[in-house]
Design a protein around this ligand. Structure first.
Ligand code: MLT
Length: 406
């Protein structure tokens, strides 16, 4: 008789955004007259930029001609895209990343879920609490999390780093030394970020305890303030301890088109084993590349028009962020984030639980957000709203929330 991977039985409930989608669908079916505004999942609403569309069309045309048709992509991704990335995302920021340290993928979600495959089961994992659920769930699936403890809502082998109002939503070094540390800045879900000087301390800490940092920089395009690193490789020594995950979803609207990449520096080693070589082996064996046309679209993001047009999109979403932040503050809410990130993290009113507030908002304002407790126990009594809606809907949602009598 075959056996299953029993670690899957340790997962709690369904994936957060699937649960929300089901709840919202049920509400919409029972209330067909209500116009819902969805500010829950961080999915973009603006169409792809004209420069990206142009590149897509021309790549599609190439695929129709024998001489320019492309089959399988190279293992690491096309060099034209990896060169554009190395130059624009790293060299321009003073970080030296070689094109053979960049692995093109179909997005940061897959990479953040898959990266665990090159690490041992016994590693102790440290995550922020609250956290993007993929880091935790994928470690549960991989058998690294231990047992679920219902009384605390935590797993026995995971090291939780609470990010709360008391510590400005910045994790502190854990008491037990971890082997793998997941960091995401600008942060999902809190919308807060970390000064470069503080990030440098995490790099120094990881080097001193022999840990690897898995750094999710999917939201770097939303950084507006000075003194914040756009890539962890701006920090000294990060090439010896950090893997960085990047996405085209949030900076260029590729949520439905799928494109991302992971940087595994050659200097990152476990003893004399290169993690770059391990990830290359994994990538070559299990992944057949992002589509050529999508990689061409990604390349266009780095063109002059692409950079201008995608910056305009980011500015559009940041106007939404300001609208949410300021509107909620006027309505008396305590609000965080939304300055260097497209997420606003608000405190639920009157000590409502996160899910109580979710239901309340859905039923009374027909606005969908994300319950903070879905991101971890320290997210309880918080609620996340995304700035990725249309401006009109965002404004309307805030007007509706302002009218509520809580
Ligand atoms: C979110 O809402 O947290 C994001 O959309 C999740 C993701 O990017 O996968």
């Amino acid at each position: 008789m075959f056996q299953i991977n029993e670690n899957y039985l340790k997962l709690q409930g369904s994936y957060l955004f699937s649960t929300i989608a089901k709840k919202v669908k049920a509400y919409a079916e029972n209330n067909p007259d209500k116009e819902l505004i969805r500010l829950g999942i961080g999915d973009v609403t603006l169409p792809l930029a004209p420069a990206v569309i142009k590149a897509l069309h021309s790549a599609v045309d190439e695929m129709a001609v024998r001489e320019t048709f492309r089959g399988y992509a190279p293992d690491l991704g096309y060099e034209f895209l990896r060169s554009a990335i190395a130059q624009n995302d790293f060299a321009r920021r003073g970080a030296k990343i070689g094109i053979d340290e960049i692995f093109i993928s179909d997005g940061a979600k897959s990479d953040s879920g898959n990266i665990g495959e090159i690490f041992g089961r016994e590693n102790r994992v440290a995550i922020c609490d609250p956290v993007y659920p993929v880091y935790l769930d994928s470690n549960v699936m991989d058998g690294r999390a231990g047992e679920y403890l219902p009384e605390s809502g935590r797993y026995s082998r995971v090291i939780y780093m609470p990010c709360t109002e008391e510590n400005d939503f910045l994790p502190r070094f854990p008491e037990e030394a971890p082997d793998m540390i997941y960091l995401c800045f600008p942060n999902n879900p809190t919308g807060m970020t970390i000064p470069k000087t503080e990030l440098q301390k995490w790099v120094d800490y990881a080097l001193s305890v022999g840990a690897v940092i898995i750094y999710d920089a999917a939201y770097e395009a939303y950084i507006t303030e000075e003194g914040i690193a756009h890539t962890i490789y701006e920090c000294e020594g990060a090439d010896r301890c950090a893997i960085e995950l990047r996405s085209f979803s949030k900076n260029a609207g590729f949520t439905g088109t799928r494109l991302g990449y992971t940087v595994v520096p050659k200097n990152l080693k476990c003893g004399d084993v290169s993690l770059n070589a391990l990830w290359a082996r994994r990538h070559g064996t299990k992944f057949n590349g992002a589509a050529y046309i999508i990689q061409r679209a990604g390349e266009a993001v780095y063109s002059e028009e692409g950079q201008r047009e995608t910056a305009e999109q980011v500015a559009y979403y940041m106007r939404n962020a300001a609208c949410i932040r300021e509107g909620l503050e006027e309505a008396g809410y305590t609000v965080y984030g939304g300055v260097n990130a497209p997420y606003i993290w608000l405190k639920t009113p009157g000590k409502m639980t996160s899910w109580e507030f979710f239901d309340y908002l859905l039923e009374n304002a027909n606005v969908v957000g994300t319950p903070g407790s879905g991101f971890g126990p320290s997210g309880e009594h918080f609620f996340r709203m995304t700035a990725f809606g249309t401006y009109e809907n965002t404004k309307a949602a805030i007007e509706r929330i302002k009218k509520l009598s809580i």
